[in-house]
Structures are given as C-alpha cells and as structure tokens.
Design a protein around this ligand. Structure first.
Ligand SMILES: [Mn+2]
Length: 352
C-alpha cells in the first residue's frame, strides 16, 4: 500500500510540500488542477508543470483526484461525445507525466454534502458534520451560500463558484432521471474511455457517493455493495475500478465496509480512510481516525490480508491545535491518521 496525502496545488494550499515530506512513510501526494472546468482538456504543459513542482519536493505524483466529469455526460445529452473526447485527451496527456490512477465521481450536480464544516467537539477540535434533518430541509442553493459564508472565500472542491452559479438550472435537468438511465449514462462513458485507459496504463477509480443515500431527490450510483457490483459489471475491465472511501460508504450503517473491501479488492485502486461517529437520527460527524464508529483496524486488515498494492490517503481530519484552513484538510490530524494507519499496517506485516 502506498501512502499519500491530498494536496491542492500552488496558490490553493497553505500546507507546503516540505511539511508533507516530513510525515513518515508518505510516498507522494494526490492532486488536481482545481482551476480546470469539467469538460476541459488538461494540456500537456499544465500537466508537466503540476508534476515537476511536486517531484522536485521529493514526492511522487501517480494519482489525480479529480478529473471531473462534465454534467452533460452524466445527463446523457448529445453534447456528451465532445466532452468524452476531451476526457480521453486528458487521459493521454496524464500518461505523459506517469499518472497511474484517476479518482473521479459520477454524483449528479453536487460532490458531497455536510451541514456543518467546522462543528466544535467537546475537546475544542472542529470537524465536519452531517445533520440529516437539516439537509432534508434545506436546498442546494442555500447550502452553497452557507458554505461560502463558513469558508471565508476558500473554494471547496466540488462546490466551485462556476458550478454553483447554475445549480438550480442543473437540478431541473435531473428531473425524471431514473437509476437505470443513470447507470446507462455511466456505461456509455466507461465504454468510451476504458480502451484508452488500458492503452495508457491509467486505472479509473470512482469515488462513492457522499453521503451514500438520496439527498435532494438525486439518483445514487455508488452507495452500497449491490450498486458497486452493478457499476463494476458495466465494464469488466480492471481499469474500471473503485476508490474505496470508508467514510462515504460507512455513513450507511447497513454497509459492511471490511466485507466490501474483501469482495472487491482486485478492483480497488485507491482508498480514502477516515472515520466517523454516529449520533442520534442518522446524524454523524467526522471523528479522528482512531476514535469513531468504524473499525479502522478491521478495514486496514481487510486491505492487508487481501494483498492491497494500491494507493491510500487519510481522507479528512479534524482541525486541531489551532490550525486553520480548508475544512477536513488540515495537516495535523491527517498526519496523526497516517501514523495510526501505518502503525496498524506494520503490526499486521510483522505478525504474518
Ligand atoms: Mn473520500
């Protein structure tokens, strides 16, 4: 398992690459070109600049998170073919800089949703929280406005201003979108790009829906064992794979995350490991890696025992020790998470 850290890129980050390099047993970072709109080609010079910057800090860059899918592809509009062509060009350009995995999602309109970005815990740390009744009684537009206010101007991935400007119009386009139609649109995309991915040696790794249940009446693709099986069977290539996000799938108590890992391990190319703590009424907050409702030991053991050789990153962390920054992406708590995951891995290694 190769341990990485998500890093947002120059001008988007308060954490220097040199700090990431100081965390023990981190091989590299995963990053993206945040300024690129979904559907645009990532040009060769932009890709090279991104990779050179990271590699000169002594870190690998083998995973991109994310290359976003244009909404027209998800909606299955005639214009999708042009955006798929662009996606294929981007995959080819990413091969030139040695990328091995692309993490992406196929969530309609919104990437993820929380009610609170800086929910304060009794020990003074701050974390993201999901309040079920709050989400059910708000609108995506109101939520976007709340994030904007809470974040003090830092754009959240998946909630970029350009995407949000048309949010109400885009939501209307999804009216009448059935699950079957949505799976068919995903298959159309996969069948078009997977041959290029095979040729380029780049594995696609879809991220689960977050949260893993319906919000705002939008369809869900990757939210439980059966949907994962259905999605992977849309295109049987190993290049059609998964990002196994423990916190996304784990927010539904019916999901047995270690069992899902064991079942789909050959198709898992990247994992986000994080924990969460359930509260009453389906609410939860993102806890430290060690103290939550998910059993991180069993999760890491499932990867270890399955012989996982893909990439891992500690997903979100709390804000601790007075650190300020992008919600979920402070340095300190994610570094503690890495040390914990690496410790479990080493103990498992030494006992086999
Ligand atoms: Mn994740």
């Amino acid at each position: 398992m190769k341990m990485t850290v998500r890093w947002y890129g120059d001008g988007q980050e308060s954490i220097p690459l040199s700090y990431i390099k100081q965390i023990p047993r981190v091989s590299g970072v995963v990053t993206s070109l945040l300024y690129k709109q979904a559907g645009e080609v990532w040009e060769p010079d932009e890709c090279k600049k991104m990779a050179d910057n990271i590699r000169k800090a002594g870190l690998d860059l083998e995973v991109i998170e994310s290359v976003n899918i244009h909404e027209d592809i998800k909606l299955g509009l005639p214009s999708r073919d042009e955006y798929i062509e662009n996606y294929i060009k981007t995959v080819k350009n990413l091969r030139e800089i040695g990328i091995k995995v692309i993490c992406y999602n196929f969530m309609p309109v919104l990437d993820w949703a929380r009610s609170d970005l800086f929910y304060e815990l009794p020990d003074g740390s701050q974390t993201m929280r999901f309040d079920d009744s709050f989400i059910r009684n708000t609108t995506p537009k109101a939520l976007a406005d709340k994030y904007k206010k809470d974040c003090g101007g830092i754009a959240l991935p998946g909630w970029e201003p350009e995407r949000l400007a048309n949010i109400e119009k885009t939501l209307l386009q999804y009216e009448g979108m059935t699950e079957d139609k949505y799976f068919a649109n995903a298959k159309y995309f996969l069948d078009a790009i997977i041959p290029t991915c095979e040729e380029c040696g780049i594995k696609m790794a879809i991220h689960p829906d977050d949260p893993p249940f319906n919000i705002f009446g939008l369809p869900r693709l990757i939210n439980n064992r059966d949907h994962i099986a259905r999605f992977l069977s849309l295109n049987d290539s190993v290049y059609n794979g998964l990002t196994l996000c423990t916190g996304s799938l784990g927010a539904d108590k019916n999901n047995d995350v270690p069992a899902i890992i064991t079942e789909f391990l050959p198709r898992i190319h990247f994992t986000h490991i994080r924990n969460l703590k359930f509260q009453e009424n389906g609410n939860f907050y993102e806890s430290s890696h060690q103290d939550g409702s998910l059993d991180i030991y069993k999760i890491v053991k499932a990867f270890h025992d399955g012989g996982f050789e893909g990439y891992c990153r500690p997903d979100h962390g709390r804000m601790i020790w007075g650190e300020k920054g992008r919600a979920g992406y402070g340095l300190c708590d994610r570094a503690l998470g890495i040390a914990y995951i690496n410790g479990i891995w080493e103990a498992l290694e030494r006992n086999t």
